[in-house]
Every structure is written in structure tokens, then in C-alpha cells.
Design a protein around this ligand. Structure first.
Ligand code: ZN
Length: 316
């Protein structure tokens, strides 16, 4: 038995204002808010999930928003960019759209035969749009025309403190090293989507500092909880310090920080986001796990209201 993840499950990052976060990811990028819940380890903070229509693994970007939170800095020891797939012909559409939103957009560059558009969200979170293939149908009830809409993740870039160790870990989880260009090595999982992980080798780069505008952790997929436990044993045998299995309601999770500095999670595909809301209702109400329901009143009183614009409003 060996670990064979098909790719990234979700990426979790840190934001400041929750309303600004919702506005950016739904109105500007056209993702769907598929779940509003709280950070189970810190229930006074939201945990907001964005994805395709149903939150398919490989499309899910999540945030812990801290109003007035300390800005971080992106650098070594962190996941330093999160990339989404866009269709080949959509680069000009997106550059125009992002610039019209007042965002600083870098000139598109070619990387491993794909076109990459780099920009940042309102908190300085580094994002990329990469041309390519994906099995994900875009969410069509958002403000982006379907022909241009985001189709889940392309992958992530890790600015590792120890690129060799990070590469070894990726290979131990089923990724293969497929390309190298300058300081960047490309690893690919054998899956349908969200398969690319780039590892940077920048020994002179500045170290990152966690805070708003930075990634908190990167989760890769496991097919089910039993396989996840097998993988946990294997990672422990390889010397990783792995947490117990945790119930995240929409998936089961284990976590470990690898020696390149990046916090990894392995998350199960099931049960998914429709376990407590219908597809039509996803993201419309604050959902709490059973063990926090008795504190709902207190929790709700400590969270800022979030107003999610309807698609019609977003068009204005
Ligand atoms: Zn996670």
C-alpha cells in the first residue's frame, strides 16, 4: 500500500474583512459561496468555503477572515500562490476584468506551455489564473459568462524552506516530478483536476509570515476515511508528525507540517457540502457542527453579518 492522492482537495487562507472576502470571490472571481460555517477550532471566526456549484474537491478555496487581522507576508516556508484553471481563450477577458476592478495584474507569462495571469486579492493573497483543461463545469449562476468562468484549481506553488524534502514528500504522496524551469520544479498528481504542485528553490528569498493575505494550509484528497488512516500510518513511519483524524463535517482531516514549512492536510472526498444543505441552498445559512449548535446564539452574536449579493445584484 502506498499513498496515491489524485490532487488538491482545498486550500485554506487568511483574510481580513469577511464581507470584502465574499464580495471578491463571488462578484469578481465568480466562485460560489458553498458553505458559511465557523472555524471549528476557533468558533468566533467564520470559515467561508468557495468552489464550483457543489464544492467539488479540487475547486475549494476557504478562508478564515479576521477583521482587523495582522497582515502577513508571503515568502519561504509557505504556499505562495494558488492557481485556478481558465479556458485557453479567456486570458484577455480576465486581464480586462481584473484591471477594471482596480487590481494590479501582471503581464501574462508562459510557464510549462501554459499562460499564467498573476494578481492578488484585496488582502494581498497571491492568485493565478492558468490556461488549461479541467473536468469541472463552471458555475453559471455567477457573474462570469460560462465560456470564461473558473474551472476549479490548477494547483499551488510552495515556496519551500527545504525544496528537496518537500519534493520527496510529494513523491511519497503520489506526485511525480515532471518538469523544471529555473527555480521552479513541477510535480503532478495522477488525477482529473487540481493536480499541479510547484516547488520553488529560492534559498535567498525572504521568509514568509502568517497573517491576512497568506495561505494557512494546503489539503490533498483521500478517497475515504479508512484509506486516510492507512496513509496516516505511512506518513508517521516516514517521520511526519501527523494529527489524529478530525471531523470537519464535510470531510475528515489529518494534518502535518512538512520540513519545508508548509502545513499539509489530507481531506476525504466524502461526505461533501450537501450533507446539511441542498445544492440550491448551499452557502445561504450559517451552518454549525452538532457540537457547537448549543452555542449558536453566542456564536452568531459575535460574527459580523455577511450579505451575499444575488447573481442579479452582482451584474450591476
Ligand atoms: Zn483544511
Amino acid at each position: 500500500m502506498s499513498i496515491q492522492t489524485p490532487g488538491i482537495h482545498h486550500v485554506t487562507a487568511i483574510a481580513s474583512d469577511p464581507q470584502a472576502n465574499v464580495d471578491f470571490y463571488t462578484d469578481v472571481l465568480g466562485l460560489r459561496l458553498v458553505k458559511r460555517t465557523v472555524n471549528f477550532d476557533d468558533p468566533h471566526t467564520y470559515h467561508l468555503y468557495y468552489g464550483d456549484e457543489v464544492g467539488t474537491p479540487g475547486t475549494i478555496l476557504t478562508f478564515f477572515p479576521f477583521e482587523g487581522g495582522q497582515p502577513g507576508s508571503v515568502g519561504r516556508g509557505q504556499a505562495s500562490a494558488t492557481a485556478f484553471v481558465i479556458p485557453e481563450g479567456s486570458v484577455a477577458f480576465w486581464v480586462d476584468r481584473l484591471e477594471s476592478e482596480g487590481l494590479a495584474v501582471e503581464d501574462p507569462v508562459e510557464r510549462f506551455a501554459e499562460t499564467v495571469v498573476a494578481f492578488e486579492d484585496r488582502d494581498g493573497q497571491p492568485l493565478e489564473l492558468v490556461t488549461g483543461e479541467s473536468d469541472i463545469e463552471p458555475w453559471t449562476d455567477g457573474p462570469i459568462p460560462a465560456e470564461h468562468a473558473i474551472r476549479g484549481f490548477h494547483g499551488v506553488t510552495l515556496d519551500s524552506l527545504d525544496p528537496e524534502a518537500t519534493g520527496d514528500l510529494l513523491e511519497a504522496m503520489g506526485f511525480q516530478r515532471v518538469a523544471q524551469a529555473g527555480e521552479r520544479a513541477r510535480y503532478e498528481a495522477d488525477g482529473e483536476r487540481a493536480t499541479a504542485v510547484d516547488v520553488l528553490d529560492r534559498p535567498d528569498g525572504d521568509r514568509g509570515r502568517q497573517g491576512t493575505g497568506t495561505v494557512h494550509h494546503v489539503a490533498v484528497r483521500a478517497p475515504d476515511a479508512e484509506t486516510q488512516l492507512d496513509w496516516r500510518e505511512e506518513l508517521i513511519e516516514q517521520g511526519q508528525r501527523v494529527t489524529e483524524q478530525k471531523d470537519r463535517q464535510y470531510f475528515q482531516s489529518i494534518y502535518f507540517r512538512e520540513s519545508g514549512g508548509v502545513l499539509f492536510e489530507i481531506a476525504t472526498d466524502p461526505p461533501g457540502f450537501t450533507r446539511d444543505e441542498s445544492v440550491a441552498e448551499l452557502g445561504s445559512d450559517l451552518k454549525l457542527p452538532p457540537w457547537l449548535e448549543s452555542d449558536r446564539e453566542t456564536i452568531e452574536s459575535q460574527l459580523a453579518e455577511i450579505d451575499e449579493p444575488t447573481p442579479a445584484e452582482a451584474e450591476r
